[in-house]
Ligand binder design. Structure first.
Ligand code: NAD
Ligand code: DAU
Length: 370
């Protein structure tokens, strides 16, 4: 029988995918309340949730998932029956520079949530039905060679970065709480997301922002690493399907069917931004350092830099289980999704300029004073 969440606890809901999910969920009139729980690290941003506080179904609480007592109290007070767990340290490069936060949030934090959920839902039986949905990544499966078959749910775990190792550990803990204690869990392992509200440290928003500001576009190594890009709205839809139709204890791989090399993604963004900026006088005035303004090409900003340590060469996802069991299929193709994403970053300049810090305050005041 389908599971119908009533009161949903969304960890990491002020981050990129979490905020898109909160919006996606609240845009569905039939859905119940959401409690967004987020520590507001560098990646968490209340601007991502702007306007939602007008909805009586929405509540934001600042807090750390490692604080088990706080989590447990909230789950009980708010009569939560569903956890959708996004909160994590998510950037591979940061995990290479400093793994400690990744171990703490991604492993200890996930365990703290599992303990709180088990104590209430399994031990005290505070709600008739429950669901703990864990949002995970395809990176737990490691790296594929060019001719390897895409990752399946049964592919062996082989994480290569501190980030992916911490996510793999959290996946194992979720599995263990299902097998050992009977917690109703589902897990989605998804490929690379892109779209609105993505922090400009990740490849796609970083490239768009740097083209607009006329800054170098760093491409790691030869740029021939392959990712399977998925628009974040498709991921949100997949999570909703897993919540409603997923079977307890099951894992679903989610992908976009759009394997593309990094260099191709960057070149496509260069061409699309050149075309858009070149054609619009308002953008030419606002982004005077962007190459198209002086008739140059953004692709000339591409700079090959030292490769990421332990860089995974290729990810690809076989999502046939999700297709068959959940009715999932990606909806947007990459070219269309990239155009929409560029439009979003052009329309929401204030959002990303605020993240880039004070260096741009003057620029912002000059160009966006009205
Ligand atoms: P993000 O870095 O944009 O957001 C993470 C959010 O978690 C932030 O709002 C941050 O404040 C919050 N957070 C961090 N530590 C916390 C803590 N201790 N307690 C409470 N909140 C905390 O991440 P994202 O890209 O939106 O990814 C969300 C989830 O999806 C992660 O679990 C990630 O592993 C997974 N995922 C991401 C992708 C992708 O392409 N971005 C793909 C597959 C899976
Ligand atoms: O596959 C899912 C994963 O996708 C998620 O689990 C992670 O949370 C998410 O950050 C993402 O990881 P990646 O490392 O693949 O994403 P990122 O945008 O950092 O990099 C994408 C590719 O682009 C990767 O091969 C590294 C490369 N890259 C990245 C940056 C930031 C560059 O060449 N230059 C860059 O400046």
């Amino acid at each position: 029988m389908a599971f119908a969440p009533r009161n949903v606890f969304i960890t990491g809901g002020a981050g990129f995918i979490g905020a898109n999910f909160v919006r996606h969920w609240l845009a569905r009139p039939g859905e119940g309340r959401v409690v967004v729980f987020d520590a507001l690290t560098y990646a968490g941003n209340l601007d991502n949730l702007a306007g939602l506080d007008r909805d009586p179904r929405y509540l934001f609480v600042k807090g750390d998932i490692c604080d088990e007592a706080a989590v447990r109290a909230l789950l009980e007070q708010q009569r939560i029956d569903t956890v959708v767990h996004f909160a994590a340290e998510s950037h591979v490069d940061r995990s290479i520079l400093g793994p400690d936060d990744f171990i703490r949030t991604n492993i200890v934090g996930t365990h703290s949530l599992l303990k709180a959920a088990k104590a209430l839902w399994v031990d005290k039986k505070t709600v008739p039905d429950h669901r703990f949905h864990h949002v995970s990544t395809d990176e737990v499966y490691g790296s594929l060679r060019p001719d390897d078959a895409p990752f399946q749910e049964r592919s062996p775990y082989a994480p290569n970065s501190p980030y992916s190792a911490s996510k793999a550990s959290s996946d194992h803990l979720v599995r263990a709480y299902h097998e050992t204690y009977g917690l109703d869990t589902t897990v989605t392992n998804c490929s690379n997301n892109y779209g609105p509200y993505q922090f400009p440290e990740k490849l796609i928003p970083l490239t768009i922002v740097n083209i607009l500001l006329g800054k170098p576009l760093p491409v790691y190594g030869d740029g021939m690493q392959v990712r399977d890009w998925l628009h974040v709205e498709d991921h949100c839809r997949a999570i909703t399907l897993a919540l409603n139709r997923g079977k307890p204890g099951e894992v679903y791989n989610i992908g976009g069917n759009s394997e593309t090399s990094n260099i191709e993604v960057v070149r496509t963004l260069c061409a699309l931004v050149d075309e858009t900026v070149g054609a619009r006088p308002d953008l030419r005035a606002a982004f005077s350092a962007s190459p198209a303004v002086r008739g140059a090409r953004a692709a000339d900003l591409i700079t090959h830099v030292r490769d990421r340590l332990g860089h995974d060469r290729r990810y690809a996802i076989d999502y046939s289980k999700a297709e068959h069991d959940l009715g999932y299929a990606p909806g947007r193709d990459l070219a269309e999704g990239l155009r929409a994403t560029i439009d979003w970053y052009l329309t929401n300049t204030r959002w990303w300029l605020a993240l880039l810090g004070r260096d741009y305050a003057e620029w912002l005041a000059k160009n966006y004073s009205r």
